[in-house]
Design a protein around this ligand. Structure first.
Ligand SMILES: *[C@@H]1O[C@H](CO)[C@@H](O)[C@H](O)[C@H]1NC(C)=O
Ligand SMILES: *[C@@H]1O[C@H](CO)[C@@H](O)[C@H](O)[C@H]1NC(C)=O
Ligand SMILES: *[C@@H]1O[C@H](CO)[C@@H](O)[C@H](O)[C@H]1NC(C)=O
Length: 480
């Protein structure tokens, strides 16, 4: 079935849900609206019209018509799979056993497995767009059903799940095309969207793909490079570029290159519960560092830091397990330490940064190439400490620096952090992700970032289209 629900069809499916849920949803929605108007903009009058109806306060989004098998159908497959591979099995902390799921859910829940859950942006963004209009007053994205009215075309492919299902069942085939279901799905998505008039007139520049998992859409990245990509960092992309440029020409612009100009850095989905500032208790430990002694690749910084810090008093340095024990460890460590170390691992960022923020543990970021979500809207230096890798690796330097912060400074960091915790919240608390979203949560902030890029994207499309056919021009930045 095509993913092209009109507001009325989804509304009718919602009506079939228990009335309790509906009234609860309405209540929550009203409450969040009230909170939104009370707290979001203290300088404007408290009249709903001023915020909701301003034409510039939204982005028009058309949802590309993909078959259900490329999004929610992958969840059906996940929940019904008997795969026992550790990568997707329910062992690592799943709260819902597949057998307890009601059958034939139109919007099944997302996996609780931390490996997959940390990359769930696509699920919450799609859920918001699938929600009936009457529940979407707090959404920044305005869904349009005529592609000519659209600012952007959103491609609702659950790329993380597609990749992880393949990795969980036949890992060996992942880097190959033959016998790789994930590749088949990538091919299907790209062929479908590239065949549309909307793609042809923009060269794909106004299409939005979510590629949170570093291995998402692995085989077709070059083909969707002109589009707006929502990624957690640029880690894997630069490796790809240096490989294809043969490590020689520094100034050559590769078609695989991601760019802060056109792409949007999105948060990982945090895995630990939020600690509110009012619940914060005195922290006895200086620094929490959960790491791995031995990394299979990358993460040399992490390994060196481990050796440097493991015997320091006042520090919790521990290895993590991807199970319930690991989760309890992290909650305890992050809530009893002033600072949480965030070194570069396999990629410049990780989910832990967002867990630290939810735990009000001051991030100490030792990752020179890091890119962070929503910069320009928030200033991370107001609640985090940034340290150069070279400095962090000097004996005693890091611990000395962290000990030099006064209690007042640390309290101020935590106060500042408590104000931005909600910006990293994807989960709207509704079954299937269908329902009103928190107005100041991650989904709206992502669309606001995309919205900021529109003028430049439109310019690039116009410029490209006026070129006479067959004209060859020198390679310029393919950023837009
Ligand atoms: C890559 O570099 C090597 C040695 O520097 C060279 O022999 C090879 O031809 C290059 N390959 C390409 C595709 O440019
Ligand atoms: C988690 O994994 C560790 C190491 O394998 C093990 O010692 C511990 O018992 C596990 N805890 C749970 C709750 O499974
Ligand atoms: C907290 O944020 C305020 C502005 O919002 C800033 O002036 C202050 O320096 C921040 N505190 C710290 C410790 O960075």
């Amino acid at each position: 079935m095509a993913l092209k629900y009109t507001a009325t069809t989804v509304a009718s499916s919602l009506r079939s849900l228990p009335t309790l849920f509906l009234s609860l949803a309405t209540l929550l929605f009203t409450l969040s609206l009230i909170l939104f108007f009370l707290f979001s903009n203290p300088n404007t009058q408290i009249t709903p019209q001023t915020t909701v109806q301003q034409p510039y306060a939204s982005i028009n989004v058309y949802v590309a018509d993909l078959p259900r098998s490329l999004n929610y159908g992958l969840l059906d497959r996940y929940w019904s799979s008997s795969a026992t591979d550790s990568r997707i099995s329910a062992e690592s902390g799943s709260r819902i056993a597949p057998t307890h799921l009601p059958k034939n859910l139109r919007f099944p829940p997302y996996p609780e497995n931390p490996l997959i859950k940390q990359y769930s942006a696509e699920y919450w963004i799609t859920g918001d767009l699938m929600t009936p209009e009457s529940f979407r007053d707090g959404s920044f994205a305005r869904r349009v059903f005529d592609v000519d009215e659209a600012d952007v075309v959103f491609v609702p492919f659950f790329a993380t799940l597609s990749a992880e299902l393949q990795l969980g069942t036949a890992k060996g085939a992942f880097r190959k095309k033959v016998g790789n279901d994930d590749y088949e799905r990538q091919r299907q998505v790209v062929d479908l969207v590239r065949g549309t008039p909307a793609w042809k007139r923009s060269g794909g520049r106004d299409h939005v793909f979510v590629l949170t998992d570093p291995v998402a859409m692995w085989h077709v990245r070059a083909e969707i490079a002109p589009a707006i990509l929502l990624v957690v960092d640029f880690g894997g992309w630069y490796r790809l570029d240096s490989k294809s440029s043969n490590g020689s020409s520094q100034d050559m612009i590769q078609h695989t290159q991601v760019s802060l100009l056109k792409d949007v850095i999105v948060p990982y989905t945090h895995l630990l519960p939020r600690l509110h500032l009012s619940e914060d208790q005195r922290r006895q430990m200086l620094l929490y560092f959960k790491g791995a002694k031995h990394r299979h690749r990358g993460g040399i910084v992490r390994e060196k830091l481990w050796d440097l810090l493991v015997n320091e008093p006042g520090l919790i340095v521990e290895e993590g397990f991807p199970n319930a024990t690991g989760r309890e460890q992290s909650i305890r460590g992050m809530r009893t330490s002033d600072f949480c170390l965030h070194p570069a691992g396999d990629t410049p960022t990780s989910c832990r940064l967002f867990d630290a923020i939810q735990s009000l543990c001051i991030p100490v970021i030792v990752s020179d190439n890091i890119e962070l979500p929503f910069e320009g809207v928030i200033d991370y230096s107001e609640f985090s400490v940034f340290v150069a890798v070279d400095d962090a690796l000097r004996p005693n330097w890091l611990v000395g620096l962290l000990r030099s912060f006064s209690k007042e400074q640390k309290d101020k960091f935590r106060q500042n952090m408590s104000r931005i915790q909600r910006m990293f919240e994807y989960d709207n608390g509704h079954p299937g992700g269908i329902g009103p979203i928190p107005p100041d949560g991650a989904v709206n902030h992502i669309w606001k970032k995309v919205h900021q890029k529109l003028p430049m994207i439109k310019e690039a499309i116009v410029r490209e289209n006026r070129k006479p056919a067959g004209v060859s021009i020198p390679l310029r930045c393919h950023c837009t």
